[in-house]
Design a protein around this ligand. Structure first.
Ligand SMILES: NC(=O)c1ccc[n+]([C@@H]2O[C@H](COP(=O)([O-])OP(=O)(O)OC[C@H]3O[C@@H](n4cnc5c(N)ncnc54)[C@H](O)[C@@H]3O)[C@@H](O)[C@H]2O)c1
Length: 419
């Protein structure tokens, strides 16, 4: 079989759209993933990623795309792009094991002249200090025998305004030539390539982008908690402040942050900085605020139920939208988990409604699902709007007798109370 131009390692939210784009750009593309179900599905033309349709996978297969759990598929690939998860361990610390495992695999198939590019998010220094030694273990040298680059992914699931091609891509390399190879590779896939001075600058740029969101979301969340306490309408404050045409970017409060990136990436930076004897104080403060938001939501639920003369213990509370962002099916790190936990601790009978999520389990215990909005509202004493799925914009929140706590500031109705 012919060697591929591009091999993508890790065919998830980041790797699969990259492979699709490479196929579109006419590159002979293959993929390697340790998930047999992922590989089987793709082989049958089925996508497991919201932003990639089955038709897209069909077009990829027609263009010659092949995926395998066998890393032998990497043999001879000119460019290998690593897109494996960099999440947190059970104790909340950065988990670099999947990245190390993937790099060890790539090292076994490395050939002179290959460009290896890491896209997984990690702390500054990862490419040089962790990836490079593992790749060099079999004797080939970066900059002499093969090229090593880092290019952070900026994929934004559900975003139809910016695509892989139209989102500028930062690239960097261990040497100037490594960066050049990466630049030439990505120029074939995206409209704009931005070359960073080095891999640590590119790694830090990615973490800064997400730390910026983390800190600003924490700021508006804390402002919302303060405004609630002193009787100021935070949503009107945001409407007014948002009219400033310069110097102010609007962020919106909510029940906390979720997903694979925003709550996770700052941990990589904080942990690494701490190892280096540096305390990232803004991130530490932001984390404290963000971690407290699910409890704040549960506290508002308790107060609303008490005000209506109901005991939270035994009250039927339904969570609307349990994903980490709107209009996606991904529940990773969703604040819906700690909100459900806090409500259960109050004795509430928690259920959920989410058109995108078939099954939602918290601490091993399934949360009962309402299939329709109407049933969910009719079967609840209080509904909590956690996620602003587009479909909820037309919901009749007053249609049943239940109260509604809107944590997103988008619902209208006499029974609606905002965070
Ligand atoms: N999801 C996003 O929106 C997003 C955006 C920007 C950056 N990132 C970063 O991109 C990276 C990948 O994230 P993702 O959301 O695509 O993850 P994901 O969990 O959706 O997909 C990762 C895939 O890698 C596979 N995998 C794990 N270990 C492997 C190994 N050793 N060899 C081969 N395959 C392996 C998994 O089976 C999975 O299919 C992470 O570092 C993440 O922080 C994600």
């Amino acid at each position: 079989m012919m060697s591929a131009e591009v091999a993508v390692v890790g065919l998830g939210y980041v790797g699969l759209p990259l492979a699709r784009r490479a196929c579109e750009a006419g590159m002979e593309t293959v993929g390697h993933d340790i998930g047999a179900d992922v590989v089987d599905g793709l082989g049958r033309g089925r996508s497991h990623i919201g932003d990639v349709t089955d038709e897209d996978v069909g077009a990829m297969l027609a263009a010659g795309f092949r995926a395998s759990t066998d890393p032998g598929i990497l043999t001879g690939a000119r460019t290998v792009v690593i897109c494996v998860p960099t999440g947190l361990t059970a104790t909340g610390t950065p988990d670099l094991e999947p990245l190390r495992a993937a790099v060890r695999t790539v090292a076994r198939y490395l050939e002179p002249g290959t460009l290896v590019c890491v896209e997984s998010t990690s702390h500054p220094g990862t490419t040089e200090e962790i990836v490079r030694p593992l790749l060099e273990a079999y004797g080939l040298r970066v900059g002499e025998d093969f090229h090593l680059a880092y290019s952070p992914e900026r994929i934004d699931p559900g975003n139809t305004g910016f695509t892989f091609r139209t989102t500028p891509k930062i690239v960097s390399g261990c040497t100037t030539l490594c960066a050049k190879y990466a630049e030439v590779f990505y120029e074939q896939l995206v409209d704009t390539v931005v070359v960073a001075t080095g891999t640590r600058e590119a790694e830090m740029a990615k973490l800064l982008e997400n730390a910026y969101r983390y800190v600003n979301i924490a700021l508006v969340d804390e402002a919302a908690v303060y405004c609630d306490r002193v009787g100021i309408d935070i949503w009107d404050v945001l409407r007014c402040a948002g009219t400033k045409p310069f110097g102010f970017s609007a962020f919106r409060p909510g029940p906390g942050v979720g997903g694979h990136c925003i709550p996770v990436d700052p941990r990589y930076l904080m942990t690494r900085a701490a190892e280096q004897g540096f305390t990232f104080r803004t991130l530490r403060a932001a984390r404290e605020v963000l971690d407290s938001m699910p409890e704040h939501v549960a506290g508002r639920v308790r107060d609303l139920l008490h005000a209506a003369g109901r005991n939270p213990a035994g009250a039927r509370v339904t969570l609307f939208g349990v994903t980490y962002k709107a209009d996606v099916s991904d529940t990773r790190e969703s604040p819906a988990y700690p909100v459900a936990r806090a409500l259960r601790a109050l004795g509430a009978r928690v259920a959920y409604h989410d058109p995108y999520v078939e099954r939602f389990e918290v601490d091993g215990e399934p949360v009962p699902r309402h299939r329709t909005e109407r049933d969910a509202l009719a079967g609840s004493d209080l509904a909590v709007l956690l996620q602003e799925h587009t479909g909820y914009r037309s919901a009749d929140w007053d249609g049943a007798g239940c109260q509604v706590l809107d944590t997103r500031g988008t619902a209208e109705g006499r029974r609606v109370t905002r965070l």
